[in-house]
Design a protein around this ligand. Structure first.
Ligand SMILES: Cc1cc2nc3c(=O)[nH]c(=O)nc-3n(C[C@H](O)[C@H](O)[C@H](O)COP(=O)(O)OP(=O)(O)OC[C@H]3O[C@@H](n4cnc5c(N)ncnc54)[C@H](O)[C@@H]3O)c2cc1C
Length: 418
């Protein structure tokens, strides 16, 4: 079989994690090839960014493009009770710099991901679309590249000192290596669609994310986008969503719309567009962050329940951190998996901090308001973690929250396999 060894790094997937790692590595002068199964632009869910996405976007040189884009600006988040009562929006500029971190975006992922691919190409990355990675090539326990098939059926091998897996929550490498583990508790189901011309808030609140509650700790996301559409989806336990034997996605969705007065009112002015989507593959983690010759990125490493919109931030962060770590390995010619231990530990810390808040959120009796009423000085800590400042010591916050709800032990995952 034909084989090509002309790249320093091969990357599976052109999502945010893959293209950010590629952009950093090309910036360091390495020859990078990204392999993407689909033809871009392609659909993706995951449209709401959070404030601390700013730093990786800045490092990638994408802030000017984001500021010049038509993406809906997002300044706040608010919460709505089932009876329609809406909390005061929480404005990020009450805590962060108005011109940088405090202003983030709601993106159409087809366009955002295309922008990232274009940007990577401008920085010298080669991106091949409609090329599927079939398998990892291994020699003496080391990943030495991949076998791919192009759309026209041509199959060939690519070899490089490092392969990065940014394949998203399908988790190409972790699935095939048997490293993938479910989160013991966070196994929710999401059903979502789009509405055109529905009601939205005005002025600075136009781009606010609204989290609207339904019974049993279920919740809607309501994400206004720039094209007169809103992305709207419901997340809850599968048993709750399908109660009474309801299986049809539209029927599930419409029934939950009836459970929240604000969602019902806002959607009633608009028209539902396109298909209803469903996913139940929630919250999976890889036991290892890599092995000799291989490193995992973004969702392929860990996928967390989307309630706090942390996925793209974590994907970009992982891409940037991995890009720098792999650059150092390439320069030194030392690919010992140990050198990626810090990378794995940093991402695990970020995922675990967010995961604790997600667990608390789903606890039937827990409310952030109760914690803040008793410990007002914890409001800032909660805000920082929810905004994506996830690599900090939050031990005081956890000990306070544990008075209200049990928190999960950190999962002992994410070290490299030697
Ligand atoms: C219901 C839901 C709601 C969400 N909401 C949000 C949100 O509001 N905000 C947020 O930040 N995040 C959200 N997320 C999470 C977000 O979608 C992900 O975290 C993010 O897309 C991860 O980026 P990635 O680069 O790791 O993977 P992806 O964006 O999934 O990209 C992976 C790429 O790899 C390609 N690929 C896969 N296998 C192969 C192969 N074998 N060969 C070649 N190419 C391959 C795929 O085609 C894809 O283009 C949500 C997720 C879900 C499920």
């Amino acid at each position: 079989m034909q084989s090509d060894s002309s790249y320093d790094v091969l990357i599976i997937g052109a999502g945010p994690s893959g293209t950010s790692a590629a952009t950093i590595l090309a910036g360091h002068g390495h020859r990078v090839l990204v392999l993407e199964r689909e033809k871009f632009p392609r659909y993706r869910v995951g449209e709401s960014l959070i404030p601390f996405t700013y730093q990786p976007l800045e490092r990638l040189g994408l802030i000017p493009k984001m500021k010049a884009s038509h993406f809906q600006k997002k300044y706040s988040v608010s919460f709505v009770q089932p009876d329609g009562r809406r909390s005061q929006p929480f404005y990020f500029h009450n805590r962060y710099d108005r011109d940088t971190i405090a202003q983030t975006w709601q993106v159409l992922r087809s366009e955002f991901d295309q922008m990232m691919v274009d940007h990577a190409r401008e920085r010298g990355v080669e991106v091949r679309e409609e090329v599927e990675v079939n398998r990892l090539l291994t020699e003496d326990g080391r990943v030495v590249g991949v076998e791919v098939t192009e759309k026209n059926g041509a199959t060939y091998e690519l070899r490089a000192p490092m392969t990065l897996d940014g394949s998203g929550k399908e988790a190409f490498a972790a699935t095939r290596q048997g490293w993938r583990l479910n989160d013991p508790f966070l196994n929710k189901v999401a059903v979502w669609t789009y509405y055109e011309g529905s009601q939205r808030e005005s002025g600075e609140d136009e781009g606010a994310t609204t989290v609207a509650f339904v019974p049993d700790k279920g919740w809607f996301w309501h994400i206004p986008q720039h094209n007169n559409r809103v992305s709207v989806g419901v997340v809850a336990d599968g048993k709750y969503l399908t109660r009474g034997g309801v299986r049809d996605l539209k029927a599930i969705f419409d029934r939950e719309v009836g459970e929240n007065a604000w969602i019902r009112d806002h959607l009633s002015a608009g028209k539902q567009e396109g298909p209803y989507h469903i996913t139940s593959e929630f919250s999976r983690h890889s036991r290892y962050c890599g092995s000799p010759g291989l490193l995992l990125l973004g969702d392929a490493l860990a996928f967390l329940d989307p309630v706090f919109s942390s996925g793209v931030m974590l994907a970009l962060k992982s891409g940037v951190l991995a890009g720098d770590a792999v650059h150092e390995a390439l320069v030194s010619g030392d690919f010992n998996p140990n050198r990626f231990a810090e990378y794995g530990a940093t991402l695990r810390e970020g995922v675990e901090n967010m995961r604790k808040l997600v667990y608390a959120f789903y606890n039937p009796t827990f409310s952030f308001k109760d914690v803040i009423m008793k410990y007002p000085d914890m409001a800032g800590e909660i805000t920082d973690c929810l905004s994506g400042d996830v690599n900090r010591d939050y031990s005081e916050l956890w000990s306070r929250i544990e008075e209200f709800a049990p928190l999960p032990e950190s999962l002992p995952y994410g070290v490299p396999l030697q």
